[in-house]
Design a protein around this ligand. Sequence first.
Ligand SMILES: Nc1ncnc2c1ncn2[C@@H]1O[C@H](COP(=O)(O)OP(=O)(O)O)[C@@H](O)[C@H]1O
Ligand SMILES: [Mg+2]
Length: 263
Amino acid sequence: MNQQFFAVSELSKRFGGLEAVRAVSFGVQPHEIVGLIGPNGAGKTTVVKLIMGLLRPNGGRVVFRGMDITGVPTWQRVVQGITGTFQNSRPMRQLPLIANVMVGLYNPRVSRQGEWVKTVQARALDALEFVGLSDLALSPAGELSQGDLKRLEIARAIATNPDLLVLDEPFAGLSQAETRLLATSVHRLRKGGRFGRLHSEGCAMIIVEHKLSELMRIADRILVMHFGELLADGPPQQVVNDPRVVEVYTGQTAGQPVQEEPE
Ligand SMILES: Nc1ncnc2c1ncn2[C@@H]1O[C@H](COP(=O)(O)OP(=O)(O)O)[C@@H](O)[C@H]1O
Ligand SMILES: [Mg+2]
């Protein structure tokens, strides 16, 4: 096998007495789309934050292109090619969408050269176009619907041209039609190509999502978390038929008849 593109090994995070993430290990291949599912409180967002460098693990490692990046700060991970979106988006509400995307691309080295504004503005606009928000580029972010905010988050992330994109519930608050549209765009991102002036080599993705049908459609692999642990890791069809996964989602042991009332 080639050098590991991305992996977490034995990753653990405690909040006081709570073990939110317990010895979680998995790898991601270049251009692979990995779905991360599990009940509320399973530890999915904590894993996302550990990958983005927003939290420090109590144990374990994060490895990107063969390098240990466990202690690397978030901004440096973005430069290296890892970025993501938050479960709860917090845009600068009074600023227009385009400014919200541009700040994510701020780089003091480039900005000194004067070309920064022009280049970054164009790039931000292309990212907005990719998610279908270019018509609203000059509107304040505070006027956006929940669904559009989700798309703004994705625009901010893809404008940095990531190699690994981590999305925490990107479809939450979107209608079924919006979800399908965004899922198709996201799927397109994997392969890459030219999106206006954005040249994307394509990227791998880790997508946390509750809308399983859309996720099953676009994911190559599904990870299931439960009480901080990784319960299953495999192709979508295999995972949804895994008795342990069925049990977590239905609260019922697969293959067992529904308990009858005693006589
Ligand atoms: N900053 C925090 N401080 C204390 N507990 C936290 C914190 N963040 C998450 N938790 C707890 O860790 C567990 C996992 O949370 P989270 O990763 O958000 O789960 P998920 O995204 O799967 O719903 C939950 O029990 C949650 O309450
Ligand atoms: Mg979460």
